[in-house]
Design a protein around this ligand. Structure first.
Ligand code: ZN
Length: 133
């Protein structure tokens, strides 16, 4: 069976691979997905997983994103409490509406990087909180 790459010019042949292991990384977290099979382009390295491998690879990536969000959520709550802020006061500081922090901490919304970064800075330098309105 001969297949051709749809990613480059279409003339490069794909070669079969079986039983490979991939490491997926996201935000400093990593997961290992085993027993992957599919086709790889020798010219551009594009990979086309078999359906089962593609589904497991995607699920693993999704799980990493969820783990990262869970971690961010707990970190945000820990820092807010450390700073002695209510959810409403924290939301007043960062915008996004008075329910914003409640929604972040329940995982119903993902804070902008600016919010996460500000709280990370305040975690290291809590004395700077008094500089903020
Ligand atoms: Zn290619």
């Amino acid at each position: 069976m001969s297949r051709h790459c749809l990613n480059c010019d279409g003339s490069a042949a794909l070669t079969r691979f079986e039983n490979e292991v991939a490491t997926i990384e996201h935000a400093g977290l990593s997961a290992i997905v085993e027993n992957l099979s599919g086709w790889r382009c020798a010219a551009c390295d594009e990979v086309e997983f078999d359906a089962d491998s593609a589904a497991r690879y995607a699920a693993s990536g999704d799980a990493l994103v969820l783990r990262d969000r869970e971690r961010q959520r707990k970190e945000l709550r820990r820092i807010r409490r450390k700073l002695g802020l209510t959810q409403v006061a924290a939301a007043r500081l960062t915008g996004g509406g008075h329910n914003a922090f409640s929604r972040y901490e329940r995982g119903e919304a993902v804070p902008l990087p600016a919010v996460a970064n500000l709280f990370r800075l305040l975690d290291k330098h809590p004395e700077l909180l008094k500089e903020l309105g």
